[in-house]
Design a protein around this ligand. Structure first.
Ligand code: L34
Length: 292
């Protein structure tokens, strides 16, 4: 039986609606309008799309948003100065520096410069450390989005075997920590697989829930999936496609056609995890603003 296709757009819309209701109650009660400043360095087309979608989602939820767009050749010092100014600005509740940054900039230095209490990406070592300690505050948006997809589709990870493929700081590592925590909505037995894993297929087939965040198309094919497993595809790869007017299409890390014949449920790309990342950014912005 073919897999249920999980509608990430619908789940994300539901969460954005919840955020909007909380913002309006907060503002009606005399609270300040939460504010997100996004920093988009240079002119990477995919990053520009994602940041535009983030700003629009904020506006629709009643969160004040603006995007700063320094040029690709900005110096590291100048970028750190921008971040410092945002840290010091009491009207800014959340700060997001879209990744990747140009190669001459040290991403770690920039990530560490953001005030942890305004770090709506959850990537500052203090926030990652809180997650390690089992006291999460601001959790990276994509892992938080994956957790919400599971919970809101009746696939509570508690007691299940979760295999995460990919060990990035943005997704794989924090997701493994998040789902492995001793907490409601977590409590999974987590395996973190990666490019060094031998017999990845055998490891993946152990999964009740298989999360693929490898950053490479076709990392997971049908024979790597246990029949009935839940497959969450975090990949957002732009691949050439001459049949499309713009010359490319978006594809995930999972070979969708084959895997959707085996899995019990699967997220599509687009329309799966991507919109959830944006919804959870809004949740984090509320939290940073002290609304939640
Ligand atoms: N700092 N950098 C920082 N924070 C993040 O959370 C991100 N990420 C990843 C890349 N760099 C980052 C994102 O924002 C990936 N990502 C992201 C966000 C949104 C979407 C995809 C990736 C998204 O909206 N995807 C849509 C399709 C959009 C399109 O048409 O291209 C989808 O339906 O999947």
């Amino acid at each position: 039986m073919p897999a249920t296709i999980i509608d990430g757009n619908a789940i994300a819309a539901e969460i954005r609606g919840e955020v909007a209701a909380r913002v309006s109650a907060h503002v009606d009660g005399g609270g300040a309008v939460p504010h997100l400043t996004a920093v988009l360095v240079g002119d990477d087309a995919a990053s520009a799309t994602y940041v535009r979608n983030k700003a629009r989602a904020c506006a629709e939820a009643g969160i004040d948003a603006r995007t700063l767009t320094p040029p690709a050749d900005i110096s590291q010092d100048d970028l750190l100065e921008i971040v410092g100014g945002l840290n010091d600005d009491p009207t800014v509740s959340g700060i997001l520096v879209q990744l990747p940054l140009p190669p001459h900039i040290d991403e770690r230095a920039v990530t560490e410069a953001v005030d942890p209490d305004k770090d709506v990406d959850g990537l500052h070592p203090v926030n990652l450390g809180r997650l390690v300690q089992g006291q999460p505050h601001l959790v990276p948006a994509t892992p938080a989005g994956v957790q919400q997809i599971l919970l809101r589709t009746g696939n509570d990870p508690g007691g299940k075997r979760v295999v995460v493929i990919g060990r990035s700081t943005l997704v794989g590592k924090p997701l493994a920590l998040l789902l492995g925590q001793k907490a409601e909505g977590a409590n999974a037995t987590v395996t973190l697989a990666h490019t060094g894993t031998s017999d990845l297929g055998a490891v993946a087939r152990e999964a009740d829930i298989l999360v693929v965040a490898a950053g490479r198309p076709n990392t997971v094919t049908a024979e790597m999936v246990r029949p009935g497993a839940v497959v969450i595809d975090v990949g957002t790869n732009r691949v050439d496609d001459a049949t499309r007017k713009r010359g490319w299409r978006l594809t995930g890390d999972v070979e969708f056609e084959g895997v959707s014949q085996v899995a019990g449920a699967i997220t599509p790309v687009p329309g799966g995890v991507g919109p959830m990342t944006i919804a959870m950014l809004l949740v984090n912005t509320l939290r940073a603003a002290g609304v939640a």
